[in-house]
Design a binder for this molecule. Structure first.
Ligand code: ZN
Length: 256
């Protein structure tokens, strides 16, 4: 796909190797969208305050990666989607406070870094709050290069699992948003029913988090989180209520 121009008029090239033959690269792997619709076959719509709808075919950018570089990320994506399908979409245990699954945590960390790197380099407005700044080239080296950085240099990651008695949680995914935890900068997003926190900051996570940091482990241990108790649920409920009110007001006006 040559001849494309970025929104700034600069000729498009792969952000890793410079090849001008860029392809449609998904920011969040499309398989997570399909996972989201698994079971009922209905397409998933995300709920956003500005009514923008995102279908489960996912959001892609045709200006950031060539086929070969996109395939590198495909390797991380494949491992992650298999892990989610086999271990993270089972019915949740309502008595447990934690979950623990065997996994190659460093591959999961790189998979999550690859999502955030794509979200940072894309100009798609859905990801406008993800800007890795000085971490962007570091993430790129770790994801695409021979990873010379000690695993210690990788961003710290925590994964919790949502559970709900009313909603099928593996349907849940959201765009990364910037947040802070204990004063440390991080990005938070939902993916396949899990709540992902990636710290992009030298400052440490609060002490109580240490037990749940997955880096350097061969298991992922995380908290079970009741979805209806989260701020994410409250935000979603507010958006839906706002929509209802707006729709009701429109119907009322059209009757007059
Ligand atoms: Zn490339």
């Amino acid at each position: 796909m040559t001849g494309l121009n970025s929104p700034l008029g600069v000729p498009v090239a792969c952000r890793v190797c410079g090849d001008e033959r860029t392809i449609r690269a998904h920011i969040v792997p499309a398989a997570f969208g399909r996972l989201a619709s698994a079971g009922n076959g209905k397409p998933l719509k995300t709920i956003a305050r500005d009514s923008r709808k995102v279908s489960n075919s996912g959001i892609w950018d045709a200006t950031i990666l060539c086929h070969a570089c996109d395939r590198v990320l495909g390797g991380y994506d494949k491992y992650a989607i298999e892990l989610w399908r086999s271990a993270l979409t089972s019915p949740p245990d309502f008595k447990a406070e934690e979950f623990e699954i065997e996994a190659d945590a460093s591959r999961v960390v790189k998979f999550l870094m690859a999502i955030l790197w794509r979200a940072s380099v894309t100009t798609r407005p859905e990801f406008s709050t993800v800007r890795l700044g000085p971490y962007e080239p570091k993430f790129k080296r770790t994801i695409f290069g021979p990873d010379s950085a000690a695993p210690d240099a990788h961003p710290r990651v925590m994964i919790s699992r949502y559970r709900s008695r009313h909603l099928p949680m593996h349907h849940m995914y959201s765009m990364p948003i910037y947040s802070t935890l204990g004063g440390a900068n991080c990005y938070v997003f939902a993916l396949g029913g899990c709540r992902i926190v990636v710290k992009v900051d030298k400052r440490p996570f609060p002490r109580f988090c240490e037990r749940y940091i997955i880096n350097g482990r061969d298991v992922i241990r995380g908290l079970m989180v009741d979805f209806e108790d989260t701020t994410e649920f409250a935000a979603m409920r507010d958006v839906i209520h706002e929509r209802w009110r707006a729709d009701a007001a429109r119907r009322h006006t059209s009757l007059q």
